[in-house]
Design a protein around this ligand. Structure first.
Ligand code: FES
Length: 342
């Protein structure tokens, strides 16, 4: 910077300093808990109650995990997830709000000015930090506050159970991945719209559109407790492209119908629903980790962590013009656990 420019900057800084006076720190106000031992005791009790809420939440989550098992219907899965989510939520909320309330009402309330300094602290600063930490622990009076100490330790010790219990109980569970090899799609099953199950004609699918598809099912099949799992495995994205944009191998030429192609909606990375379609590039994007699949080219991976193309559902139309499956997907859907078992 030239001398002339530097002096302009300096005078600008001086001008700002004249206009904006540093207001300094607001006057320190003592909290009730600093002035009144009864208020401090009350705050201590409130913090303990919050930790207690966390303890109850953790225990409730374990009870819920074993007591409310989803039976395969959407409603039972929703109820089980709701109960589990609420109890774990209370367990976390209890610890979080207790920590905040403790810090605000009971921890040391001295104002500290934190000057900007180089990122690496000097040995003196580190010593000072340790001393402040030690003082903070002393100020917290944890040794004298035995109820608070007890509830805090119990809440923190119990909370990991909300994760550990489901993990441990899944050891020896149903890890049979062969169920991903097949879905309920079979020759002649009509493609229907998700969620209302309306059969779809090829003429209903406009160029560039993308339709979420599930297999046609009877009322009886829909009310069976396997339906939700089977439907989740069989979900499909149907896209209509200009047939001349499709790069199909000889084998796959008969798997599409007049530019309409059908691919599994389950990402081959870790199974999120692939749902974002870019009409211009023919790319399908998975929102979880941005794997991108080229619908015009066999849904091959063009970007992201997925390692294989989306499985394709071979389709055609029946005598009435409705879209039907020719068979199941060309390979197992979802993440490639099955490849590791080979
Ligand atoms: S689950 Fe789709 S990219 Fe990870």
């Amino acid at each position: 910077m030239s001398e002339q420019n530097k002096s302009h900057v300096d005078s600008g800084v001086d001008l700002l300093a004249d206009r904006f006076v540093d207001p300094g720190l607001p006057e320190h106000k003592e909290r009730m808990s600093d002035k009144d031992p009864k208020a401090a005791k009350r705050a201590e009790l409130q913090v303990s109650i919050l930790f207690l809420i966390s303890i109850i939440g953790t225990i409730a989550s374990i009870v819920v995990f074993f007591a409310i098992r989803p039976e395969g219907t959407t409603e039972s899965v929703r109820n089980a997830n709701l109960a589990l989510g609420l109890s774990i939520g209370f367990a976390l909320l209890g610890i979080g709000t207790a920590a905040v309330h403790w810090a605000k009402a009971l921890m040391s309330d001295h104002e500290v000015v934190d000057e900007r300094h180089p990122l690496e602290s000097t040995p003196e600063d580190r010593e000072a930090a340790v001393a402040e930490l030690t003082q903070g622990v002393k100020d917290a009076n944890i040794e004298r506050r035995t109820v608070l100490k007890g509830t805090m330790i119990t809440a923190l010790a119990l909370f990991p159970l909300t994760i550990a219990v489901p993990l441990v109980s899944s050891v020896g569970g149903d890890w049979d991945v062969s169920k991903f090899r097949h879905t309920i799609w079979k020759r002649g099953t009509r493609l229907t719209t998700d969620p209302n199950g309306r059969p779809l004609k090829a003429s209903d699918v406009t160029l560039g559109s993308v339709v979420h598809i599930i297999p046609e099912a009877t009322e009886e099949e829909r009310s069976s407790h396997h339906w939700i799992t089977e439907k989740a495995k069989a979900v499909v994205l149907l896209v209509r492209l200009d047939p001349k944009d499709l790069k199909e191998t000889e084998e796959r030429k008969s798997w599409s119908y007049d530019g309409i192609v059908a691919y599994s909606k389950i990402c081959t990375h870790v199974g999120c629903p692939v749902a974002l379609y870019e009409q211009q590039t023919h790319h399908l994007l998975c929102p979880c980790h941005q794997s991108t699949f080229d619908v015009a080219d066999g849904a091959k991976v063009v970007f992201g962590p997925a390692k294989r193309a989306l499985p394709q559902l071979p389709i055609t139309v029946d005598d009435e013009g409705y879209l039907i499956a020719q068979d199941d997907f060309n390979e197992p859907i979802g993440p490639s656990y099955w490849e590791r078992l080979k």
